[in-house]
Design a protein around this ligand. Sequence first.
Ligand code: GLN
Length: 505
Amino acid sequence: MRDLHHLGVAELAALLKNKEVSAVEVATRFLARLGGNPHNAFLDINSEVTLDQARASDAKLAAGTAGPLEGVPIAHKDVFVTKDFVTTAGSKILTGYRSPFDATAVRKLREAGMVSLGKLNCDEFAMGSSNENSAFGAVSNPWQTSHVPGGSSGGSAAAVAARLTPAATGTDTGGSIRQPAAFCGITGIKPTYGRASRYGMVAFASSLDQAGPMARSAEDCALLLSAMCGPDVDRDSTSLDVASEDFSRDLSRPLARAGKDGGALKVGVPSSWLAIEQGLPAGDVDGCSPKVRDAIKDALHRLEVEGAEVIPIELRNTGLAIPVYYIVACAEASSNLSRFDGVKFGHRAAQYGDLLDMYQKTRSEGFGAEVKRRIMTGAYVLSHGYYDAYYLQAQKIRRMIADDFQRAFAACDVIAGPVAPTTAWKLGEKADDPVANYLADIFTLPASLAGLPCMSLPVGLGEGNMPVGMQLIGNYLDEARLLNVAHQFQIAHPECHTAKPEKLA
Ligand code: GLN
């Protein structure tokens, strides 16, 4: 049989539409690859459910009522609730939990025709940068199994990179789509906060959490994003009342005409991230490894060759993003996670005295170390006497960071830089050092705090021959332009996003 697993979303959708292959054939091919759960990427697989969906898709394809992505497989980060698969959010406290409904993002992708292969491993409640915080074991990076895949959507990134699925959903609170995409050499986009519904996403930090697609190309991400977005105002109070778009519409626009004014695309590079001289990046990226810095400089140069103009910009307060994010995210997490009390969902301690004892035992047993650390940090920064000093102060700086971006977008169309200061690190290397993990989020947190759309695309290899991702950040609702830029890069340099782990069959 044809190597169906090497095909992307757009290619599979075309084959299915032309009836060159059936949805059941495609699903069967991918299910065969999931046997033995390579990389520990999946947390739940149910071939009967998958094949039922594939059969329903084949019926729609035959009847001429197919959705745009009918029969194309996808797998969902285990943070999205699903009625046909178990949902754990990577936590022991939700072991065996089955939701009575599907998250909006899951439902919309199914309505577009996609067939679900199951649920993907992730850091517990999406807290982490390496996928080592999952209660169900770490995920390994398909490029080098001794290395982390990134996090928290590590299962999603590893599964796409290992061709276990052509596409996956991810969630990004402070980088969890972009950073694992970068570490595994795939493409991922987080839309503007509020574009994709949070209904049915297990909440971590509600003012930051956002869903988005992960796939191998910007073209595929555009198709997936078009299906995922759209208003859901009755179910998610932070959902934007903005219709979804055809995010593929601008993909083929040359960069020489991709600017807001119809002229050359202006790419702003924050001088604190990468110094620029005479339009060309020259200096060092703050805390960036030399090979990551070189790969980003090279990618910026390639954008110039394609017709873009690279200019320096200032983002004065982004250096404060780490403390601001870890105050806001922990504060929101401590509130959101209070619902896991042994009464309503999942795990309850087997033996306990009174109600308080039941809460304590259930939560002590159910939550992992990182989750407990964040609940305690969050409760502390919200407590009387500290609220003004930490939480309120963090909110003010968050606003300043967002304002910096607006000043920058007066001068440029998109902002570019690294996703992470290094390539994927070794499993265990930072496992006992939470702060080392937090510091690695320096480049992804600012756009999250501002609620801006942002993405990662592979631009080459760095230390240890591991993938490097370039980050693109756009202004609010400007996802189509980000995808346009990424696609132009990918058609000019297909070797970057089509590169795959050496031993991959
Ligand atoms: N690494 C960040 C954290 O640990 C981001 C996580 C995320 O985006 N879900 O919080």
